[in-house]
Design a protein around this ligand. Structure first.
Ligand SMILES: CC(C)CCC[C@@H](C)[C@H]1CC[C@H]2[C@@H]3CC=C4C[C@@H](O)CC[C@]4(C)[C@H]3CC[C@]12C
Length: 445
């Protein structure tokens, strides 16, 4: 569908989102102008609770240049997780921490939860799904592949209203399960495996799995999946990442849906790069909102108030209200280019915290050494951990115990909407944390 916007009426409402959770040093405001028809209940009542208490720096990335090409040139067609790579190409975060970064713009979900209209809600959900790509353009480093049984918790109940837990539930193929519960009215869960391929000039990475989002009061249940990330300039030049593909978000309760398109970079096109565009449709497939913007800067939303067929019948002309900004990316922290291009949330993820489970990514020694810039020590430690993991596997499979690995905190369940059988949180982690009884945890580090 091609979209041509025409007449602009006066805006009925404007919602500007200028800041994240209270952890950010500069606190912002979320305000609305106009008739108040639009929900933006989210305001930062508890802003400042932990302001300044989390770290805003990590050691700078050492400048040990090593050619990626020289390491992977003989691995054509291989899965990325099967290519042995020194820590030089890593970032000091695990894939579990990286998945948790999807929550950077959790306030979009808080706002979605406060929407009275499910179509408005869908606009925010769509912006949220695109916001997980906001920091990917320059993040050309590889997260650590988690060890089987590794977990990662992020308890931001006080600051952002949510608690998140991830567990690496399978090693071959690598799979991670994730569950988030928010006291601001929503839960999100996903199980993800990653398909990747080195195809000579580029590496393409496609996460497989469905993301589920449910709002507690309305019961609205949304699902969608992820697009393909492509790492360019493998042979020569500076690495960069593009996102391409389609995301279909469905509200299974109301049958409303949104089609989001991530256009791939094209050398020949005059179009802006990193473009995202989409249409939000009601249960009869009538277009109600147009979304447009870029995944690394901002996304606007425009309400459709009428449509007509253009001459020739090829194009639909829409009469719309003025666009308003749904989402805007926060600026990267100072000196980010020397700190793996981490966002302010990413900088805090590997900070040591008391009381986390013994399998938590923060306690992984090779990652910690790598963060400190001690790369050869980190590489040696990484080998030790991987060897230890192989030993555990051998003992499990061949040995007297003859057991299979069962995730501790997740269990297989069939989803009523998608029919998929995947790992869903079974509870218990936060309870174990409060009693500090971790006796059931495997020793993985
Ligand atoms: C050797 C080097 C160049 C390879 C680097 C591969 C990197 C860039 C790949 C590997 C796994 C990928 C991630 C897999 C899953 C997700 C979750 C999604 O919600 C946002 C994108 C994100 C976070 C991807 C970003 C790009 C990524 C980090």
């Amino acid at each position: 569908m091609e979209i041509l916007t025409t007449v602009n009426d006066s805006p009925a409402f404007i919602t500007v989102m200028t800041s994240g959770c209270a952890q950010r040093r500069v606190s912002g405001i979320s305000h609305s102008v106009g008739n108040g028809a639009h929900p933006n209940k989210w305001n930062q009542e508890d802003d400042g609770l932990r302001t300044g208490r989390r770290r805003s720096r990590i050691p700078e990335k050492p400048n040990h240049t090593l050619s990626l090409w020289s390491v992977i040139k003989n691995c054509l067609g291989k899965e990325l997780s099967k290519i042995p790579m020194p820590v030089n190409f890593n970032e000091p975060l695990s894939m579990l921490q990286r998945l948790t970064e999807d929550l950077e713009y959790s306030e979009l979900l808080d706002m979605a939860a406060a929407c009275r209209s499910s179509l408005d809600q869908l606009c925010y959900v769509a912006a949220f799904s695109a916001s997980s790509y906001s920091t990917t353009a320059n993040r050309t480093t590889k997260p650590f592949n988690p060890l089987l049984g590794e977990t990662y918790e992020l308890d931001r109940l006080e600051e952002c209203g949510y608690r998140s837990i991830c567990e690496q539930v399978s090693h071959h193929p690598p799979a991670a399960a994730h569950h988030v519960w928010s006291q601001r009215g929503w839960s999100l869960w996903q199980e993800i495996t990653i398909d990747s391929k080195f195809c000579g000039k580029c590496i393409s990475v496609t996460p497989r799995g469905t993301i589920h989002l449910q709002f507690h009061s309305s019961g609205n249940h949304y699902t969608w999946s992820k697009v393909t990330s492509t790492v360019h300039n493998i042979i020569l030049g500076k690495l960069w990442i593009d996102q391409s593909g389609d995301i279909e978000i469905i509200n299974h309760v109301t049958k409303e849906s949104c089609q989001l398109k991530f256009s791939p970079y094209s050398y020949f096109s005059r179009d802006v790069s990193r473009k995202v565009s989409g249409v939000v449709m009601d249960s009869e497939n009538v277009a109600c909102f147009i979304l447009s913007g870029t995944w690394d800067d901002k996304i606007d939303c425009t309400k459709i108030i009428g449509s007509s067929q253009a001459i020739g019948g090829q194009k639909t002309l829409y009469k719309t209200e003025s666009p308003w900004q749904l989402w805007r990316k926060y600026p990267l922290p100072e000196n980010a280019e020397n700190m793996y291009y981490f966002s302010s949330l990413a900088l805090t993820l590997n900070e040591l915290e008391e009381g986390v489970g013994p399998t938590d990514s923060r306690l992984r020694p090779d990652q910690r050494l790598m963060e400190a810039g001690l790369w050869s020590e980190a590489s040696a430690e990484k080998q030790r951990l991987e060897e230890k993991q192989r030993e555990r596997r051998k003992r499990r499979e061949g040995g007297v115990e003859g057991e299979v690995h069962w995730p501790l905190w997740f269990e297989r369940r069939t989803d009523p909407f998608t029919g998929e059988n995947s790992f869903v949180y079974k509870g218990g982690y936060w309870e174990a944390k409060s009693s500090q009884d971790w006796s059931m945890c495997p020793e993985i580090f």
